[in-house]
Design a binder for this molecule. Structure first.
Ligand code: NDP
Length: 446
């Protein structure tokens, strides 16, 4: 970290919180970006806003017990990290994945605060989830788990208090089961979760929002450099919600999608994925919940156990699977393969070292807290729709999403330093989000 060289040092404040490795890495990244802003603003130092943002308002941890199809009792952890509500109700997804720990959720909740601030919507930051693994579970098992999870979570959420959404392992099916249980327990149909199925008050366009937003952000970065997406070769990782809809909009914009992946491996497309192939892949992943190894077709090659980054030449990379899926060597491989622009659809898929490789090589890098903010912004539209008992059209949602993404891009450019002749969007996003949070914290008093 470079902060130690300044007139004040953020490191002891970070050490005092004793963060886990993921949370530490997120904080250090932000600290490095915002140190000059804090140094230049005595009011932020006096109000100790950096430290006040390090400790979540509260972390709720609970036991989730449920019965599997064989009649056996299963036990999982459940968490909700309510990080800050200074800008609005706590807002952030629920992640169900065996790798989830409190550290994962603290890092995600912290990132979410900055992201939500950048959207310009009235939402605070939070995150939650469980170490439950939905993979290989029957629909009934997933339903019983979701109902058991909500048996505790309902006490802590509310449309003006805390509004969870989906994330890895939590899509429309899980949100439907969670919201159904919430309605049964509380009698309320108040839209307390977002990403709901349409019949339960969902918003047209929410499913597409994160992937579409990431592509819109990447396009804005290219445009800022006088380029467009048309004809560009785009590597995408993941084949979940974010990845599939990023691929959809990229193809619509004339780009060639040359890779997709899941946790078992990657597929590459010799000529770029066709719209027909994308439709089949979406059916395989969203309906049949199948694996990429079972997806074949004209010009498609499966690469078991491989990440996409060294497989083919490309101009743009959109990591849309999970955190730390682009490490230093992967970043070097991307540079070798010709990539000039990276936009994170996932949350922190690129490690600190990978980001350094991009900076050193003049690759334009859009961090997740800016590039994937379209999902949470659109969740906020869903909250508005539910609160006003309205029904938005898809066109209205996607138009507004487009405007929000361009506005986030502008905020990043406004706050970003130029490094090696390239806009440092990472620092721009951290600084833009921090200033909004810090000013609101000061306004709130102690
Ligand atoms: P999904 O669960 O729909 O898809 C996740 C994808 O990533 C799957 O293809 C999954 O493969 C793959 N994946 C998960 N873990 C790993 C791993 N350890 N190694 C390799 N591949 C992995 O999740 P989403 O698409 O919703 O989310 C993807 C990312 O985007 C996450 O970081 C999430 O936090 C972030 N995000 C999502 C938003 C949303 O609106 N959905 C909003 C903002 C950010 P497999 O099927 O094999 O597990």
């Amino acid at each position: 970290m470079t902060t130690a060289a300044r007139s004040f040092d953020l490191n002891p404040m970070i050490d005092a919180v004793n963060p886990g490795p993921l949370y530490r890495s997120a904080i250090e990244e932000v600290a490095e970006s915002i140190a000059p802003v804090i140094e230049a603003n005595k009011k932020y130092q006096d109000a100790r806003v950096f430290e006040r943002l390090l400790i979540p308002d509260r972390v709720i941890r609970f036991r989730v017990e449920w019965v599997n199809d064989q009649g056996g009792v299963e036990v999982n952890f459940g968490w909700r990290v309510e990080h800050t509500n200074v800008l609005g109700p706590y807002k952030g997804g629920l992640r169900f994945h065996p790798s989830v720990t409190e550290d994962t959720l603290q890092f995600l909740a912290y990132e979410q605060c900055f992201k939500n601030a950048l959207t310009g919507q009235p939402i605070g930051g939070g995150k939650g989830g469980s170490n439950f693994d939905p993979k290989g579970k029957s629909d009934n098992e997933v339903m019983r788990f979701c109902q058991a999870f909500m048996r505790e979570l309902y006490r802590h959420i509310g449309p003006s208090v805390d509004v969870p959404a989906g994330d890895i392992g939590v899509g429309g099916r899980e949100i439907g089961f969670l919201y159904g249980q919430y309605m049964k327990i509380t009698k309320q149909r108040d839209g307390v979760l977002t990403g709901k199925p349409m019949g339960l008050g969902g918003l047209l366009g929410r499913t597409e929002a994160t992937g579409y937003g990431t592509v819109t952000f990447a396009e804005a970065m290219l445009k800022h450099n006088g380029q467009s997406l048309d004809g560009k070769r785009v590597m995408i990782s993941g084949s979940g919600n974010v990845a599939l809809y990023a691929a959809e909009l990229a193809i619509q914009k004339g780009a060639k999608v040359v890779t997709m992946s899941d946790s078992g491996g990657s597929i590459s497309f010799d000529k770029g994925m066709s719209s027909e192939q994308l439709k089949e892949l979406t059916e395989l992943k969203e309906v049949q919940r199948g694996r990429l190894k079972d997806f074949g077709g004209d010009g498609i090659t499966y690469h078991p156990e491989a990440r996409p980054w060294s497989l083919v030449d490309a101009d743009v990379a959109l990591p849309c699977a999970t955190q730390h899926e682009v490490e230093k060597d992967d970043a070097a491989a991307l540079v070798d393969r010709g990539v000039k622009c990276v936009a994170e659809g996932a949350n922190m898929p690129c490690t600190h070292e990978a980001r350094s490789v991009f900076h050193e090589n003049g690759v334009v890098f859009g961090p997740g807290k800016a590039a994937n903010a379209g999902g949470v912004a659109t969740s906020c539209f869903e909250m508005s729709q539910n609160a006003s008992h309205d029904a938005w059209t898809k066109e209205r949602s996607l138009d507004k999403l487009h405007g929000v993404m361009l506005d986030i891009h502008e905020q990043c450019v406004e706050h970003a330093p130029i490094v090696n002749g390239v806009v440092d969007y990472g620092a721009g996003a951290d600084r833009g989000g921090f200033v909004k949070l810090a000013d609101a914290i000061i306004a709130m008093g102690v």
